[in-house]
Design a protein around this ligand. Structure first.
Ligand SMILES: Cc1cc2nc3c(=O)[nH]c(=O)nc-3n(C[C@H](O)[C@H](O)[C@H](O)COP(=O)(O)OP(=O)(O)OC[C@H]3O[C@@H](n4cnc5c(N)ncnc54)[C@H](O)[C@@H]3O)c2cc1C
Length: 432
């Protein structure tokens, strides 16, 4: 028997497990299936990490990645395009070729539905893909109209640029370049939880860096649905130091929460009816788990998928793991770093369940770097553990921390360099 010709009993097992439709699955996926079949939906921070980790740790598990895009554009480092540090998206665009060369089979389609009884995924192109274990890692969707008037049409006038496959950051940088000197850039930030808690404030910083150099009479107004935000004292101090009075933050306690937009008038309206007019308006809208997670029963009636915090297995559907931004795993943030850390956990548990390997104790990590100005970086870090029954996650005592309030320019420059190193190493793990 060669690897490419399964025995009759193997064939029967495959057909028995998932019905005749399995014969429509790619030849490579069938040929690899020795210990089991891991199918991953979504090839972003979580999914691409899980694919690589599984190939490395369980070479006899067949890995199939369902992801429609031919390359992945990261959100991290996209904000640097706004500062004008990067002219285009080349730094943040990564191809899947090297991941595929590690033995991952890619189906370049959207996953349309999951059948948890037959244990198959149906693709938008009509292919049926059987799994023994399924990892769902589709990221987020925008909650259209959660802010009155903010629908897809409005987002073409007031970009979100918060999900690159839907709208790249260049949609915003083009508007910023066209903004007159003396203009107002409005950024509306959402309530928690949302993708990348420090992201809106790094974005405001990168916009200010561009404006200071190119349109110094302009203003950045952040209208926030929260009364506080990640690394707030550090951001506020750095804005003052680097940009003077250019950046203004208005929290929800000062009527910062945007409740409605008017794209024709280029205005946003806050809670008690105050209207602000902007020359460029960036709405970072409320978010939810991406559609495939919601429509497969993984999120129940909520916005995010409930998981066992020890394994990242879905609480709703057996043999399915949900990783990355699509799940609810507080107090961990929705970050690429956490997506990577928890993807390794899910791939390890899924692989161990299929091969009989031992499952190590769980521990998760996060570090979120933010660029605030040239040679000026800050960070927040955390180490996390699940509790005994998998119902919650706790920050490990005396772990993690935040950049010092007072620091020398060398230290701030050092953090900006560490951020670069983090980005290179995480993208190299996924795509290198
Ligand atoms: C401006 C900004 C800056 C950020 N900066 C940082 C940072 O510095 N550090 C950090 O750690 N995090 C950062 N983040 C957060 C980080 O981008 C996310 O937390 C991370 O991308 C989440 O990974 P994910 O795999 O869940 O989702 P994604 O990375 O979005 O990947 C989801 C993938 O699933 C695919 N997909 C969706 N639906 C389907 C379907 N039905 N079938 C098949 N495939 C599907 C998509 O095409 C996509 O490739 C930032 C975010 C933003 C917006």
């Amino acid at each position: 028997m060669t690897a490419k010709t399964p025995t009759v009993s193997r064939r029967r097992a495959l057909i028995g497990a998932a019905g005749l439709a399995v014969l429509g699955a790619p030849a490579i996926a069938r040929a690899q299936a020795t210990a089991g079949r891991l199918v991953i939906v979504g090839g972003g921070f979580a999914g691409a990490t899980a694919a690589r980790a599984s190939r490395e740790r369980f070479p006899n598990v067949a890995v199939t990645l369902i992801e429609p895009e031919s390359s992945f554009v990261t959100c991290p480092y996209g904000n640097l395009v706004l500062a004008g540090r990067d002219a285009d998206l080349s730094r943040v665009t990564h191809r899947y070729d090297k991941l595929l060369a590690r033995g991952v089979t890619k189906i370049s389609q959207n996953a349309a539905s999951i059948d948890p009884v037959a244990k198959t995924v149906r693709t938008a192109g009509g292919q049926t893909v059987p799994y023994d274990k399924l990892i769902v890692a589709p990221g987020i969707d925008i909650k259209w109209n959660a802010i009155k008037g903010y629908d897809e049409a409005a987002s073409r006038v007031m970009p979100h640029a918060w999900k690159p496959s839907l709208q790249p950051v260049t949609a915003l940088s083009e508007r910023l370049k066209a903004m007159p000197d003396g203009g107002v850039f409005i950024l509306s930030a959402p309530a928690n939880p949302f993708r990348c808690p420090p992201g809106p404030y790094e974005r405001a910083s990168m916009v200010a860096e561009y404006l200071k150099a190119n349109k110094p009479r302009s203003k950045v107004l952040i209208l926030d649905a929260k009364d506080g935000f990640s690394k707030q004292p550090l951001f506020l101090a750095a804005w003052k130091q680097l940009y003077g009075d250019m950046v203004e933050w208005v929290g929800s306690d000062k009527e910062g929460r945007v409740v409605a937009v008017d794209p024709a008038a280029m205005t946003v309206e806050t809670e008690f009816g105050k209207k602000h007019k902007g020359d460029v308006i960036n709405i970072v809208p409320p978010q939810q788990a991406a559609r495939i997670a919601r429509e497969s029963g993984l999120t129940g009636t909520g916005d995010w998928a409930a998981i066992d915090t020890r394994t990242f297995e879905s609480k709703a559907v057996r043999d399915v793991f949900v990783i990355g931004d699509a799940n609810a795993a507080p107090p961990m943030p929705k970050s690429g770093f956490v997506a990577n850390s928890t993807a390794i956990r899910a791939a390890t548990v899924a692989g161990a369940q299929m091969t009989g390997a031992a499952i190590p104790k769980a521990i998760y990590f996060n570090t979120c770097y933010s660029h605030v100005g040239k040679d000026y970086g800050i960070s927040v870090a955390g180490v996390y553990r699940p509790n005994e029954d998998g119902s919650k996650i706790d920050e490990a005592p005396n772990s993690g921390g935040i950049s010092a309030r007072e620091a020398t320019p060398d230290i701030r420059a050092g953090e900006a360099t560490y951020a670069d190193g983090w980005y290179q190493s995480i993208t190299n793990y996924m795509f290198g």
